[in-house]
Design a protein around this ligand. Sequence first.
Ligand code: HEC
Ligand code: HEC
Length: 353
Amino acid sequence: MEMFIRYTPEYSEHMKSSALCATCHTVIVPGTNGQEVVEQAPYLEWLNSTYNNESDEAAGISCQGCHMPRVDEQGQIIATAIAKFPDDLPTRGRYSQHTFVGGNSFMLRLMAEYDEWVGSNIPPAVLEANARLSEEHLGKAATLEILSAERSADVATVRVQVNNRSGHKLPTGYPTRRVWLHFTARDSTGQVVFESGGYGAEGRISGLSSETDTRLHHDEIDSTDKVQIWQQILVDADDKLTLRALDVAAVAKDNRILPLGWSNSHDQIGRIRAVGTDSDNNFIAGSDALTYRFPYAGNSELSISAELVYQSVPPKVIDTVSGFRTAASERFVEMARTVDNLPILLAKVEGSL
Ligand code: HEC
Ligand code: HEC
């Protein structure tokens, strides 16, 4: 670098700190009535988690620890010389991949497909590879367990728990992200006895009768028109869903699953508190449990399946953008509607009762 660009690189300790990522990934803007709107704050969420321990690398995990792995694709610690030239440079470790894998495979696929129009100069194959890495990464975001499954003469009750294994809220980041639970119970002939959170080919959740249904946080689901969706919903002064941070008047919902180690008395809590979950006693640090209760009086054994799924750009968001009517929004909508938008599987459990 000294030779080619006359720049002498220097070691900087702060490159390893999580606060470095916060400089761009914390988005706080003034809302319509002058109040603070926290649009995205993975760093503040991480501060209020068990991963926040940079003085002890073995105990804590920094942003880099998850998003810039020190191992290669084969899981081997990366060890190499810092440059090919001169050829007598020593081999050393402690390199990190600069892949910054998140969960937005949808957008990476869109960019790969419309590579010429996007003009990113990144080969489509690289974007596609990163889309696949994002889906793999999402597989590490959570675990699911069936806490109990019981039957009386005419009612079945199943308790399911979701555990957040990411370093912040799940989902974190841009407020369009959502995670939901697709629960199905079938009898021995394969007939669906109860379902919540199913979806169609476009990736729209079935069963919900209106947009306001998506704003509800549930602890118990006893009908197919209730679906547990973990997400942040920002609304404008007319209580309408908005994507424009500067139009935000209130947080209508924030039931995103808390990371391990969360405390409701953290000094940043005013900016990151959950909204709409107060009456749910098992919405706690690291997890949320849910009860499914439905009538069943048959004799057959029931098989149950619970799938936790993630969607970065829900169809409703694309519909909203289509209302903007600018050349760029129209082009985005045209492209977005051709890209596969089925949700990505985070975790799955099966059982019977
Ligand atoms: C100079 C500003 C800047 C800094 C510093 C920065 N980022 Fe980002 N990051 C961005 C932008 C811009 C995007 C793209 C947003 C988008 O996808 O629209 C992004 C995207 C991401 C994504 C999501 C990729 C995806 O698939 O959607 C992850 C994960 C991420 N950054 C992690 C980090 C981590 C970890 C650090 C600290 C080591 C960091 N970033 C530091 C600006 C920054
Ligand atoms: C224990 C592992 C872990 C740690 C630590 C961690 N993350 Fe993540 N991160 C994830 C996982 C898994 C996802 C995908 C699920 C999601 O989007 O919430 C993710 C997603 C993201 C995204 C994508 C958000 C979007 O808009 O789609 C960003 C940005 C991000 N993380 C930034 C950070 C920053 C900044 C830190 C440190 C303050 C951090 N992460 C710490 C695991 C981690």
